[in-house]
Design a protein around this ligand. Structure first.
Ligand SMILES: C[S@@+](CC[C@H](N)C(=O)[O-])C[C@H]1O[C@@H](n2cnc3c(N)ncnc32)[C@H](O)[C@@H]1O
Length: 225
């Protein structure tokens, strides 16, 4: 996602300015943007993620807030990478809250600015395997996906086994995701005044099955038409 954002910014002549990263996680995108000369403001609700982000990208500004309520500073780009609009860490995440944040993103962007994000759609239920696992030398993660119909939600139960000396520590997490209809969302961002393209890969990296990306542009008011 970072490479796609940076090349899109450069292709649009946006070589300096602030990028706001909603759901910034561990600051990987922030680090890459800083290295290219951009300023970065990152928002995340997770203390642990923000601690990683601050050590990886100390020149950036990070705030612990919910992206559904936070103030978005004037930006040349706003991004929300990795299903950030889907998670229900914030129990107020619903259609209306999403509408409000989309509106604030639009207001915060300068003319010609870019809004890059991805969402998990209802297809995620069909396409994501109900059980999956990932393994590295010191880390094994088991994932179980379940869903409920009204509202359309996916529940992801994650158990990680982390090698600590001769033992494994087990960490359990449960994530609830509100699945978002891509056509309804496309209509909303169009109504706000964005032009956009939808995509299924960040460059060579495919999005997870059932996710869709949006690269949206705020019309540049200095351009005719
Ligand atoms: C899958 S991670 C992606 C992190 C990062 N954007 C990346 O691409 O590596 C999703 C992140 O969104 C954050 N998040 C989810 N809901 C949020 C909310 N309502 N407000 C702020 N952060 C949120 C989580 O804490 C997590 O760090």
């Amino acid at each position: 996602a970072a490479d796609m954002l940076i090349s899109t910014l450069k292709a649009s002549g946006l070589t300096r300015g602030r990028v706001t990263d909603l759901g910034c996680g561990s600051g990987i995108l922030a680090r890459k943007l800083l290295d290219q000369g951009y300023a970065v403001e990152g928002i995340d609700q997770s203390v642990a993620m923000l601690a990683l982000a601050k050590s990886r990208a100390p020149e950036a500004v990070f705030r612990r807030e919910t992206l559904f309520e936070c103030e978005i500073p004037p930006s040349i780009a706003v991004c929300a990478i990795g299903e950030c609009f889907n998670y229900r860490f914030d129990r107020n995440n619903d259609e209306a809250a999403l509408d409000r944040v989309l509106h604030r993103v639009y207001q915060s962007l300068e003319g010609g600015g870019i809004f890059l994000f991805d969402i998990a759609t209802p297809d995620r239920i069909v396409k994501a395997p109900s059980k999956n696992f990932f393994q590295t030398q010191n880390w094994t993660t088991l994932v179980e996906n379940r869903h409920s119909e009204t509202p359309l939600m996916m529940t992801r139960k994650i158990s990680s086994f982390i090698r600590a000396g001769g033992y494994y520590e087990r960490v359990d997490e449960t994530h609830h995701l509100r699945l978002i209809d891509p056509d309804t969302l496309a209509h909303r961002i169009n109504t706000l005044g964005f032009e956009f393209e939808m995509f299924e890969c960040y460059g060579p990296t495919p999005l997870p099955a059932g996710c869709v990306g949006f690269c949206a542009y705020k019309h540049n008011s200095s351009e005719p038409g």
